[in-house]
Design a binder for this molecule. Sequence first.
Ligand SMILES: Nc1ncnc2c1ncn2[C@@H]1O[C@H](COP(=O)(O)OP(=O)(O)OP(=O)(O)O)[C@@H](O)[C@H]1O
Ligand SMILES: [Mg+2]
Length: 358
Amino acid sequence: MQIILDKLTKKFGTTTVVDEISLEIESGEFVAFLGPSGCGKTTTLLMTAGIYKPDGGRILFGNDDVTRLQPKDRNIGMVFQSYALYPHMTVFENIAFSMKLKKASKKEMEIEAARVAELLGIGHLLKRKPGELSGGQQQRVALGRALIKKPELLLFDEPLSNLDARLRITMRSEIKRLQKELGITCIYVTHDQIEAMTMADRVAVMKDGELQAFKPPLDLHDRPETLFIGQFVGNPPMNLLDSTIKKDGGAASVTLPDGSLTPLADKLVPNVSKDRIILGIRPEDVVLDNTARTSAEVLLVEPLGRDDLLQCRWGGQDFVILVDPKEKIRPGDTVKFRFLSDAWQLFDPESEKSLIWN
Ligand SMILES: Nc1ncnc2c1ncn2[C@@H]1O[C@H](COP(=O)(O)OP(=O)(O)OP(=O)(O)O)[C@@H](O)[C@H]1O
Ligand SMILES: [Mg+2]
């Protein structure tokens, strides 16, 4: 089912926490709402569910305007961070609860609960109580309870935050697989950019109640439209350097922190007459090279396992480089480096918009 949010707005008192958000979600699409704490993700989700009443805008499910419909009339399934299972009921009773409310027969409930439990790999747990389950199993029951309604839209709000890191990765791919198998349209709220990037077909990035971008994960990473997206997407975050741009006819150069000038690739030359800019360079685009002329002082070495992350000082500015731990770099060392690609980003320091992508 296609979902359209049209200038959706929510205020609490005089504060606007969701500001005219417009999105068109395709049928069967997996969309992540990504953004820092307090940016309005949950509020937008709860309006979509019908739990919060919007102060402005419309919500369409297919051709139907559902803005004023009750949650129960929207044919949606919801899974939240707190699983909110009924502790005194068995897994079977928890999963079949919505059918019981609709006065389905015992036989029907058994068939449907067994089908859903099988899908989720918890068929053998139907007689247990939630207290006798692991976190991951409880999460599956919560998902089962949403799926048994055969919803046309699944809404998730940080559903994996209570799980340990390994289980999060397993559940991540399982939710994605199920969603594709069942073809259910899905909105998934998270502040974890890795979750959003790995699971979603498209990511809606939110900041301060506003939509910053709505794009496929790789596009977000490679073509950040704003400084905020550039910083928020990608791990470790992009290096941001104060720089100036010098144009000479068609060619353009930027200053690096050590004062040197380096030419910009043609595709990067922005079509504006800016002087001061912010230069964005991702840590993975930097490699050590003893023959290079650019160098920085290493302040701190953080071992990440596969890489060491070097916190450096480059001509008075902070700069992060990822290196092979075999290099055995120590704080106080000076490292020479060059750039692997010209996938640099240029931002306007005032508007914080990209000077390359818009
Ligand atoms: N019932 C409420 N009354 C007043 N303000 C609220 C209410 N619910 C949320 N807010 C405010 O609205 C803003 C958006 O909240 P929301 O819960 O949507 O954020 P979020 O993006 O889901 O954040 P998080 O990642 O922390 O869950 C916040 O500033 C929050 O304090
Ligand atoms: Mg939230």
